[in-house]
Design a protein around this ligand. Structure first.
Ligand SMILES: Nc1ncnc2c1ncn2[C@@H]1O[C@H](COP(=O)(O)OP(=O)(O)O)[C@@H](O)[C@H]1O
Ligand SMILES: [Mg+2]
Length: 503
């Protein structure tokens, strides 16, 4: 007889059901795992053997064959241990097949039979619930699995607890779904940033429409501080977005004890970041920074210092909201709909516009420095603003009277709600996602505005993509004023934010 236990394998953030088939046959004792298993899966036979021995059930002295079907799909990770062990226990008549039919099992076994945490429990539980099954996962991951909705979750600490549970001698208490955490990640408050009125206004527009923004200015002007302040004015995640973000967190293994946050992700990778770390992939495919910042912000500080290849790899996700990573034998697609926020100095010394401080190489060094960012990437940035240094005098004069982030956040939320209502029947979430027909419809210009934009575009030689992005920013500015169509002042302001840097 063959025993079957269901588990999952991951493709991107999707969980695919895997049938673990265990068979005992006569012959010299052996234990083999087939079905495109990677090293961690193949090693599971050692863990399973020791775990069974630890609970006083020696693996039978026969040929044990484990097949992971479908056999042509790559299987990665250590979570297959539990399903293999349960299948073997069935073959050994310790458990019965019918007991396991209505579950998906995943967990890593310790040599003593304990069950250790695994990643990807939320997508697995969602897959289980859509096929009408429950989930068996390690105790640590139990609260996480509860987020999948109305589903039976068995979260035992040890292999022995499962056997006792099915035999009726021990009851595994169902895990409790924790409350969402109120993330109090420390971000600078806008009221602590003096001057920089233009930058603050631009930041509010970017937050309201989900626009990409690049800030250019001398060192110490407050660019990094402004970018971090954005985190405090973004609206909270919608329920659908929370689920997407937590599925990604679950795959990446970043959810601690089922604690899920309603705050938008804010990722700020260092510029030494590698290609695999940025877009995902590598030997064990993991989501990269672009995916971890899905529905949130990806902040790239000191933009030109990132390797050129890494920057250019951002083009696809910025445009499509997803990233496809090619691997030796498959393609994996991850969601990557983030708001790009970048900051840079105008040149290497950073004081291009200050004749007293600039180095001898200006302005040639600025051209060189800025050319590290390719035209196509510039094209994908909706707003491109100057952040000049603030005078020290100003800092003393104005502190304590400035608008706090919470107030700005209220306005931003109103504008976002407006967009959600307007785009509720489409895939578009905010103005920055507008494409095709919807762009035509909601960003229609009268003749006067059309002429203004065409003239500005021709003078600066910008591309059609850049033209459309300016339109979207203008739409957001109009929304912030509650205007139904884009008027000349909205467009003029948007054009002001789309100026290409002049060296
Ligand atoms: N406009 C400002 N208001 C208040 N503090 C500022 C301002 N600009 C800069 N600072 C101070 O200077 C520090 C450096 O700013 P930072 O954002 O790192 O500059 P940049 O990234 O432009 O080099 C901040 O931590 C803050 O203490
Ligand atoms: Mg900085």
């Amino acid at each position: 007889m063959v025993s079957r236990v269901k588990t999952v394998a991951f493709q991107g953030i999707e969980a695919i059901e895997i049938d673990v088939q265990v068979h005992l046959s006569p012959g010299l004792p052996s234990f083999s795992v087939v079905g495109l298993a990677d090293k961690a899966v193949a090693e599971s036979r050692e863990r399973v053997r020791s775990a069974l021995h630890s609970i006083g059930l020696a693996a039978p002295a026969k040929r044990v064959t484990v097949n992971l079907a479908p056999a042509d799909m790559q299987k990665e990770g250590s979570h297959f241990d539990l399903a293999i062990a349960l299948g073997l226990l069935c073959e050994m008549q310790v458990l019965q097949q019918y007991m396991l039919d209505s579950y998906i099992a995943m967990g890593e076994l310790a040599l003593d039979g304990g069950l250790g945490p695994v990643s990807g429990v939320i997508p697995a539980a969602i897959a289980a619930s859509s096929s009408g099954r429950g989930v068996i996962c390690p105790k640590y991951n139990g609260p996480e699995a509860m987020w999948a909705g109305d589903i039976e979750v068995l979260a035992p600490p040890h292999l022995l607890s499962i056997i006792n549970h099915f035999k009726g001698s021990q009851f595994i208490t169902p895990p409790v779904r924790p409350e969402p955490v109120n993330d109090t990640s420390p971000y600078p408050d806008l009221s602590g940033i003096v001057g920089q009125e233009t930058a603050k206004r631009a930041l509010e527009i970017a937050a309201s429409g989900g626009h990409n923004i690049l800030m250019v200015g001398p060192p110490g002007a407050g660019k990094s501080m402004l970018a971090r302040a954005l985190s405090g004015i973004l609206p909270p995640l919608a329920p659908k977005e929370i689920l997407e973000v937590s599925m990604i967190g679950s795959i990446a293994g970043t959810i601690r004890e089922g604690r899920i946050s309603g705050h938008r992700p804010f990722r700020d990778p260092h510029h030494s970041c590698s290609m695999a770390a940025m877009v995902g992939g590598g030997v064990r495919a993991k989501p990269g920074e672009v995916t971890l910042s899905h529905n949130g912000v990806l902040f790239l500080d000191e933009l030109p210092e990132f390797p050129r290849q890494v920057l250019d790899s951002l083009r696809q996700p910025v445009e499509n909201g997803e990233v496809t990573v090619s691997r030796a034998n498959s393609h994996v697609t991850y969601p990557a709909n983030f708001q790009l926020v970048a900051a840079m100095n105008p040149c290497r010394c950073g004081h291009l516009d200050d004749a007293a401080k600039a180095c001898g190489k200006a302005p040639r060094c600025a051209t060189e420095y800025q050319s590290r960012i390719s035209g196509p990437l510039f094209d994908r940035i909706d707003m491109n603003i100057d952040v000049p240094a603030v005078e020290i005098k100003q800092i003393q004069a104005k502190q304590g009277t400035l608008e706090p982030s919470a107030k700005v956040a209220e306005r931003v939320k109103k504008v976002r709600d407006m967009q959600n209502e307007r785009y509720k029947n489409s895939n578009t979430r905010n103005n920055s996602d507008l494409e095709g027909d919807l762009l035509q419809k909601f960003c229609a210009l009268d003749d006067e505005c059309q002429e203004l934009l065409v003239r500005a575009a021709q003078q600066s030689g910008i591309s059609m993509r850049s033209y459309n992005r300016t339109l979207k920013v203008a739409r957001t500015i109009a929304d912030m004023e509650g205007a139904s169509s884009i008027a000349k002042p909205h467009l003029a302001e948007a054009i002001g934010y789309n100026r290409r840097m002049v060296a």
